[in-house]
Design a protein around this ligand. Structure first.
Ligand code: MG
Length: 380
């Protein structure tokens, strides 16, 4: 049973290309199923956030990250009485537009696209589901519902918002997205901060002792040490991370329940009109979460081993972009055809967008192999 402030199938603003109602599933289940079957989703297995995919089989990939986000999001959705299927669809789709090599790749591609409209992974996820996936006879893209697409577009500049039609409206009018989109957004943050701690420990980039300067970590680390003094390092860190995730989720649920009780949104329109997001952490937890993020930024994302990898990633993306921009005949035939068409429509900006789409779609290992094929004379 859905709460009155949940998004329901009946009230969905629908799809760009109208379709018959699915027979044995809901609209948002159908969205989720289309996402799971698309090729951008499968490629998430070989894309990373912080580490490069081939660095080790133990680390998160964007695929396992997306599954973790969906798991956390669904748990929260169920307690709040909102639409689990929609949260799951948004969670599984939220990273579809990510470039190879995580944030380094996104920054590099944005830099390459500086004079051609820029590159933003969030907008790219939307491009993937709106047009780049070509698999249905009757429409381009996946033809997802408004609510799923709205959730994918987490943030957006006012300039872009003006060009995005109905999806951009909430940014122009400073409205909130659905509660389901709010939940998927925070679930993403909970998932990546915590798995970066876990992966960072495993990779030896950070240590338990260092992490003790983070209040949220220290609290749970002490608890675990008191309860299980004999536990080894690896299991200790799992246990601490698990408890951190749980405390964040519990705080988020309880704070959001209080917000909902206070604001009493009667429907989705009331959720959208609320001045602040209703899904949020308490003040204390927000600060602890901020401290954790700051720690990761300073100690992990700027670690020399991570930096060495991201510097390499940046060079690869830049080289691929320049090479394809300068000589599109190096591209596979199908991509050349798309590029020619978009160049006819949009000139050099159209050409650059096609090149960016092609590079963004690559997995880490494909980007490295393509770089080798282009620059290593011994490889064909
Ligand atoms: Mg994410």
């Amino acid at each position: 049973m859905l709460a009155p402030y949940a998004v329901s199938d009946a009230e969905s603003r629908g799809r760009c290309y109208p379709e018959a109602t699915p027979r044995y599933r809901g609209e948002f289940q159908r969205d989720r199923d289309r996402i799971v079957h698309c090729s951008a989703f499968r490629r998430l297995e070989y894309k990373t956030q912080v580490f490069v995919n081939h660095e080790g089989d133990m680390f998160r990939t964007r695929l396992t990250h997306s599954i973790e986000v969906a798991q956390i999001g669904r748990s929260i959705a169920r307690v709040l009485g909102i639409n689990e299927d929609l949260v799951e669809a948004i969670s599984l789709a939220h990273d579809l537009g990510h470039t190879p090599f995580g944030h380094a790749g996104q920054d590099a591609l944005n830099e390459c696209m500086r004079d051609h409209g820029g590159f933003e992974h969030n907008l790219q996820s939307l491009r993937v589901v709106n047009e780049l996936e070509q698999r249905y006879a009757e429409f381009p893209g996946l033809n997802l519902t408004f609510e799923t697409r709205e959730g994918i577009l987490k943030h957006c500049t006012l300039k872009h918002a003006g060009e995005l039609g109905e999806l951009g409206e909430r940014f122009l009018h400073q409205q909130q997205p659905s509660l389901e989109a709010q939940v998927a957004n925070v679930a993403d943050e909970i998932a990546y901060n915590n798995h970066d701690v876990d992966d960072g420990l495993r990779a030896g980039l950070i240590t338990l002792e260092q992490l003790d300067e983070v209040a949220l970590f220290l609290e749970h680390h002490r608890q675990v040490q008191d309860l299980f003094p004999q536990l080894n390092g690896r299991r200790t860190s799992y246990e601490v991370v698990r408890r951190m995730i749980n405390s964040l989720v519990v705080d988020l649920v309880e704070t959001s329940q209080m917000q909902l009780a206070e604001y009493e949104p009667v429907d989705v329109a009331a959720v959208r009109a609320s001045p602040e997001p209703l899904v949020r952490f308490s003040g204390g937890m927000k600060e602890k979460n901020r401290q954790l993020k700051r720690f990761l930024r300073q100690n992990m994302y700027r670690h020399y081993r991570v930096h060495r990898m991201t510097a390499k990633a940046r060079r690869i993306i830049r080289a691929l972009f320049d090479e394809f921009m300068g000589d599109p005949a190096l591209l596979p035939a199908e991509t050349q055809a798309t590029l020619q068409q978009s160049e006819q429509e949009g000139g050099s900006i159209g050409r650059a967008r096609s090149v960016a789409d092609y590079i963004a779609g690559m997995t880490d290992r494909f980007a490295i192999a393509e770089y080798e094929r282009l620059f290593n004379p011994r490889i064909t």
